[in-house]
Design a protein around this ligand. Structure first.
Ligand code: ZN
Length: 204
């Protein structure tokens, strides 16, 4: 996928789509090297980081005339289709992630921790868990869900976090963070039916 996204023909085709956009998102085609650079940053992230990145992007979008707009470098707002064409993001992957963000998004203040007011301690916890999931999770292409091995216990993960991070949060804050930001992390069951993380039921 990375090589495809960097391919000149692929960039040309996608740029053509952006130029043809009904919403006229960009007045002129973007410089191909620029597009390649933008895509490089996206496609060299791990798949988990790409999901997190897209989730963040979606939460920052604006809706104008029932169309979702993404802000890109240079301060341009482009529609979701142009956004996907610019990064060469698969439409199914985009929809899958959008649906999940909409369904699970915690409204500001609903959880004890507010996204914008987070400090380094919170990001340390997020990064720690992100690395844990990257190390232990499995992911199918174009799916937002990441699956941890069968019988993974949330409590054990928390205890490991607490033993590795000097200034650790409480278990309930850890749970809240998982629920709000890692809703796409699930635990494999033996029958290949997956259990979804839902509040206290997370990591059964
Ligand atoms: Zn557009």
């Amino acid at each position: 996928m990375f090589r495809r996204a960097q391919n000149v023909d692929c960039i040309t085709t996608d740029m053509q789509k952006i130029t043809n956009c009904q919403a006229k998102c960009l007045s002129s085609a973007m410089d191909k090297d620029n597009v390649r650079k933008i895509r490089y940053n996206y496609w060299t992230m791990s798949s988990l980081r790409r999901t997190m990145w897209l989730m963040d992007k979606i939460t920052e979008t604006n809706i104008v005339n029932r169309r979702r707009y993404f802000r890109i470098a240079g301060g341009h707002d482009i529609c979701w289709e142009c956004f996907c064409n610019l990064y060469h993001i698969n439409g199914n992957f985009y929809y899958n992630t959008l649906k999940k963000v909409k369904a699970k998004m915690v409204s500001p203040g609903a959880s004890g921790i507010h996204f914008r007011k987070r400090g380094p301690k919170f990001y340390t916890m997020m990064n720690w868990f992100q690395e844990y999931v990257e190390c232990h999770g499995d992911r199918m292409p174009h799916q937002a869900e990441v699956y941890l091995p069968y019988k993974t216990r949330k409590k054990a993960i928390y205890l490991r976090y607490r033993s590795e991070v000097p200034e650790a949060y409480s278990k309930s804050a850890f749970d809240q963070m998982c629920k709000a930001y890692f809703w796409f992390v699930k635990v494999k069951t033996v029958s290949i039916v997956f259990i979804e993380i839902q509040g206290s039921k997370a990591f059964p």
